[in-house]
Design a protein around this ligand. Structure first.
Ligand SMILES: *[C@@H]1O[C@H](CO)[C@@H](O)[C@H](O)[C@H]1NC(C)=O
Ligand SMILES: *[C@@H]1O[C@H](CO)[C@@H](O)[C@H](O)[C@H]1NC(C)=O
Ligand SMILES: *[C@@H]1O[C@H](CO)[C@@H](O)[C@H](O)[C@H]1NC(C)=O
Ligand SMILES: *[C@@H]1O[C@H](CO)[C@@H](O)[C@H](O)[C@H]1NC(C)=O
Ligand SMILES: *[C@@H]1O[C@H](CO)[C@@H](O)[C@H](O)[C@H]1NC(C)=O
Ligand SMILES: *[C@@H]1O[C@H](CO)[C@@H](O)[C@H](O)[C@H]1NC(C)=O
Ligand SMILES: *[C@@H]1O[C@H](CO)[C@@H](O)[C@H](O)[C@H]1NC(C)=O
Ligand SMILES: *[C@@H]1O[C@H](CO)[C@@H](O)[C@H](O)[C@H]1NC(C)=O
Ligand SMILES: *[C@@H]1O[C@H](CO)[C@@H](O)[C@H](O)[C@H]1NC(C)=O
Ligand SMILES: *[C@@H]1O[C@H](CO)[C@@H](O)[C@H](O)[C@H]1NC(C)=O
Ligand SMILES: *[C@@H]1O[C@H](CO)[C@@H](O)[C@H](O)[C@H]1NC(C)=O
Ligand SMILES: CC(=O)N[C@H]1CO[C@H](CO)[C@@H](O)[C@@H]1O
Length: 755
């Protein structure tokens, strides 16, 4: 009876039912996780695509007289997207990276939207891609299965159908290297620690400083990946799996003396033992043997679930030669190795290199390097399309398939920033100009805040005209803060905020998420007006942000239960975080003017310290604010890392070191210091505040503008402090809690009085 009515519903749409029920269990399970109380009210059906387009599409309708919602779509992924379209738009609930409010629905919402008879959607591109190789370091390094389940539900409901899936790669490598005669010691000395594996996978670094990778890690990660890949497939996604890249333990020269190997570049000032990674040339027959072994091993662990393989050889690594014949041979050897392992293999490449090393990668060299694979065998991620697109200069990658990607965030930095017009109009105009554009992608280095900037691109993938930003903002916050009715003045605040920070027209100087100067090594100059990938330059009027913030605080003070909504709480903390970071910048400038203008030798040390007090107080306040939300805690990051050691304290201590090192010194002695800095409760108080206190004390002692030497201060004061901090253990000092501390509202109410 049920099936028959489904067939009739589908025939009415002129489509054939393809539905094999086993394919649908993934979507039914998703609904059971997200909306358990109404799970039996949904019926899903797979239908064949229309003749006009093979892109994904879905239709939502309700059964006449019955309390049942019917969603039919061309793929399981489009069903997930359809489900979210319905609950999000008609029920005003949402899922974000941090929370889902879908299960707060009190009743099944009525169909909404045009005509109320049905809702539908159709993608304008075949692929919606997700993840940067380094997101597996900055965001998911310590994710548990529960974290992954949430994130994959988020991804499915946002229509993502091509996620990168790097977890557990090291177990595959270990097995294959052992099969090829490498000893465990030789392999382990090559592998990097849990927080740094992406750069080992890229061949930027090798080995692990301050302890080596316990073999327990890759084994457990492989088991985690088995669940991840299975879930991805169940949710209608095509995972992009790793492959053999060519980076190998340096013992290869002893084991295979005839193999053609070169050392790749040194990277970011790392000591040579941790970089200059050995690279087996793809022209060597051994390369293909290793490729086949890696892919076969991977198929044994995860099944034959994809033909798409991620493979980057020159990400911030220079090729051995710029000869165009050589570059063509390398890519030809590489694709041939992949196709020896999987005859339908498609090579997926992050296109970052063509931008980051543009002086090497001339158009001629790019064309040569991309000429090995045939059209259809290569998929390029135009990694930074919103900031530094490369598709135009390469004539759409000379006809290869490519994806328009948003990078936006480097190292999980947290400033409020975005350019919604570029993500909407910029993408639709690229669609009109490039016939080999096959998708949109999110390729942020780390996921932190600014969620509207990501959702809008994924939604643009389902709209042939550019989304209207004002309308989008309203709908977005109705769902983000729902199912409660969101006060009109709160929506108005968000329109103002979008105009202020998410239409960033200073894109040429601040084209990504900025960071606060308090996350940098304290200095008497050089912190302000930084542009590029970690900008500190103010690109909007700070006082306008304060006005918006005050209105939002007023709204939640008038109606305090609003703060019980996790997204309202998150956003209030995030905006307050930004207000305080901006205030810190202003106070820093004031303090430096005082120090510089009044000959400091005329002031006493205590006068100098008094002048710096408001500056340091901002950090104390920021720490208190951040401590009120579980999503802004250093303790959360460290707890996740330690939990993966499953009770072994020695291993847990190493994971904690890894967790701390990545967000601070990033390297044994600060090689890319503060790159992945965070404004987190506990981190501001235990790491940044002491450094600024030492800075103020140093100035108060010196009392002489020309006495301050930034390099000396860094090496004799900050780095020794930082190195010692790496080895501390969270929770052993007074006030270091793992969970939240304090209530946000009283802090906010008190704080607005001071502005
Ligand atoms: C997907 O939709 C877009 C816009 O309607 C269209 O140009 C494109 O040809 C479609 N792609 C496929 C594979 O059908
Ligand atoms: C950590 O590594 C650095 C750099 O190699 C080294 O100087 C230091 O002694 C190491 N510390 C520990 C505790 O292993
Ligand atoms: C290396 O190449 C030389 C010369 O072609 C050959 O004699 C030797 O057997 C090869 N060694 C190995 C280990 O393949
Ligand atoms: C390549 O790197 C290895 C260490 O990984 C080193 O032993 C070797 O000397 C390097 N080769 C060259 C030519 O620099
Ligand atoms: C995967 O496909 C290969 C052929 O490409 C086949 O040899 C192998 O048995 C398959 N593995 C699994 C686990 O299905
Ligand atoms: C590229 O490979 C071909 C065929 O193996 C070879 O003849 C040619 O010398 C190679 N070119 C370069 C620059 O390595
Ligand atoms: C698309 O092409 C049109 C006309 O060829 C051109 O004016 C426009 O700048 C192009 N847009 C992009 C984003 O390249
Ligand atoms: C303070 O004076 C130092 C030394 O002259 C100068 O480098 C720095 O830019 C000044 N700082 C500010 C904020 O004006
Ligand atoms: C930063 O730039 C702004 C204008 O863009 C300028 O007013 C300010 O003086 C600059 N600050 C420094 C320290 O250079
Ligand atoms: C913890 O792990 C270390 C390193 O792998 C190992 O040597 C030690 O035996 C383990 N301790 C326990 C209690 O299992
Ligand atoms: C812990 O918090 C209390 C209350 O805020 C404060 O008085 C005390 O100084 C803090 N202790 C440390 C070690 O920071
Ligand atoms: C610093 C260093 O030793 N770099 C080496 C990396 O490897 C290449 C060989 O490919 C050498 O030329 C560099 O000197």
């Amino acid at each position: 009876m049920k099936l028959k009515s489904l067939i009739i519903a589908a025939l009415a749409l002129g489509q054939a039912v393809l539905c094999a029920n086993s394919e649908l269990h993934g979507i039914y399970k998703l609904v059971a996780r997200q909306l358990p109380q109404f799970a039996d009210k949904f019926e899903f059906a797979l239908v064949s695509p229309t003749s006009a387009s093979s892109n994904d599409s879905y239709t939502i309708s309700s059964k006449a007289g019955k309390d049942t919602v019917i969603i039919s779509g061309t793929t399981v992924n489009s069903l997930a997207r359809g489900f979210y379209h319905y609950v999000g738009q008609c029920g005003s609930v949402s899922i974000s990276w941090t929370e889902s409010t879908i299960d707060t629905l009190g009743s099944l919402p009525k169909l909404c939207g045009a005509g109320h008879g049905s809702l539908d959607g159709a993608a304008v591109v075949p692929w919606r891609y997700y993840f940067n190789t380094v997101t597996f370091g900055y965001t998911t390094a310590f994710y548990s299965w529960a974290d992954w389940e949430h994130l994959l539900d988020w991804a499915a409901m946002h229509g993502i159908n091509m996620p990168l899936a790097w977890v557990g790669y090291e177990q595959v490598l270990i097995d294959v290297f052992e099969e090829f005669g490498f000893s465990q010691a030789q392999i382990v000395s090559f592998l990097s620690g849990p927080a740094f594996q992406p750069w080992n996978r890229f061949g930027n670094i090798q080995g692990s400083w301050n302890g080596s990778l316990p073999l327990d890690w890759p084994r457990r990660q492989m088991q985690l990946q088995q669940k991840i890949v299975k879930r991805m497939v169940e949710l209608g996604m095509t995972p992009v799996l790793p492959s053999f890249t060519g980076f190998v333990p340096n013992a290869i020269t002893e084991l295979y003396p005839n193999a053609t190997v070169i050392n790749s570049s040194t990277w970011s000032g790392f000591p040579v033992i941790y970089t200059n990674v050995t690279f087996l040339e793809p022209l060597d027959p051994l390369f293909t043997k290793l490729q086949v072994a890696v892919i076969q091993r991977q198929q044994t662990y995860y099944g034959n679930v994809t033909h798409h393989y991620t493979l980057d050889q020159y990400n911030e690594n220079s090729p051995f030669s710029g000869d165009v014949g050589y570059l063509k041979n390398v890519s030809l050897g590489t694709i041939e190795s992949l196709r020896a392992a999987d005859p339908d293999a498609v090579w997926v490449m992050q296109g970052w290199l063509f931008f980051s090393d543009a002086s090497f990668w001339t158009d001629e060299r790019i064309q040569a390097y991309l000429s090995g694979p045939e059209i259809g065998q290569l998929l390029i991620l135009d990694l930074f399309s919103e900031g530094s697109p490369q598709w135009q200069r390469t004539n759409s990658y000379y006809g290869h398939d490519w994806i328009w990607c948003e990078l936006h965030d480097f190292g999980g930095n947290q400033g409020l920033e975005g350019n919604l017009p570029t993500l909407t109009k910029g993408f639709t105009s690229a669609m009109a100009n490039s016939s080999s554009l096959v998708g949109v992608g999110l390729t942020m280095e780390g996921q932190e805040g600014n969620q509207i900037v990501y959702d809008i691109l994924l939604d643009q993938a389902w709209s042939s005209s550019s989304l209207n930003i004002r309308r989008y903002t309203k709908e977005f916050f109705k769902a983000r803060y729902g199912p409660m009715t969101v006060p009109a003045d709160v929506i108005e605040c968000w329109h103002d905020l979008v105009t202020l920070v998410y239409m960033n027209n200073a894109s040429s100087v601040v084209n990504v998420v900025p960071k606060s100067i308090y996350e940098l090594a304290p200095n008497i100059n050089g912190l302000l007006n930084i542009t590029g990938h970690h900008p500190t330059k103010a690109f909007y009027d700070f006082s306008s942000l304060v006005d918006i913030w005050k209105k939002l605080v007023g709204a939640v003070a008038a109606s305090p239960t609003m703060l019980q909504h996790p997204h309202v709480h998150y956003d209030l903390v995030d905006i307050t975080r930004q207000v305080l970071a901006n205030q810190f910048l202003d106070l820093y400038v004031d303090f430096m003017h005082f120090y510089n203008a009044t000959n400091p030798s005329a002031s006493t040390s205590s006068e100098i310290i008094d002048h710096a007090r408001p500056l340091l107080d901002v950090l104390r306040t920021a720490d208190r604010v951040l401590y009120t939300d579980v999503n802004f805690l250093l303790g959360s990051w460290i707890a996740r890392a330690r939990a993966l050691a499953d009770g072994n304290d020695t291993i847990a201590d190493y994971y904690e070191f890894e967790a701390r090192n990545q967000i601070t010194l990033w390297g044994p002695t600060g090689q890319i210091n503060n790159y992945a800095s965070k404004q987190w409760g506990g981190l501001v108080g235990s790491y940044y505040l002491p450094q600024w206190e030492m800075f103020v004390e140093t100035l108060a002692v010196q009392r002489n503008v020309s006495a301050f030497n930034p390099a000396t201060f860094l090496h004799t004061v900050l780095l020794p402090f930082g190195i010692q901090w790496q080895w501390e253990k969270w929770g052993q000092t007074e006030n270091q809690t793992w969970g939240v501390q304090g209530d946000l509202l009283p802090i906010l109410v008190e704080l607005v009085q001071t502005f």
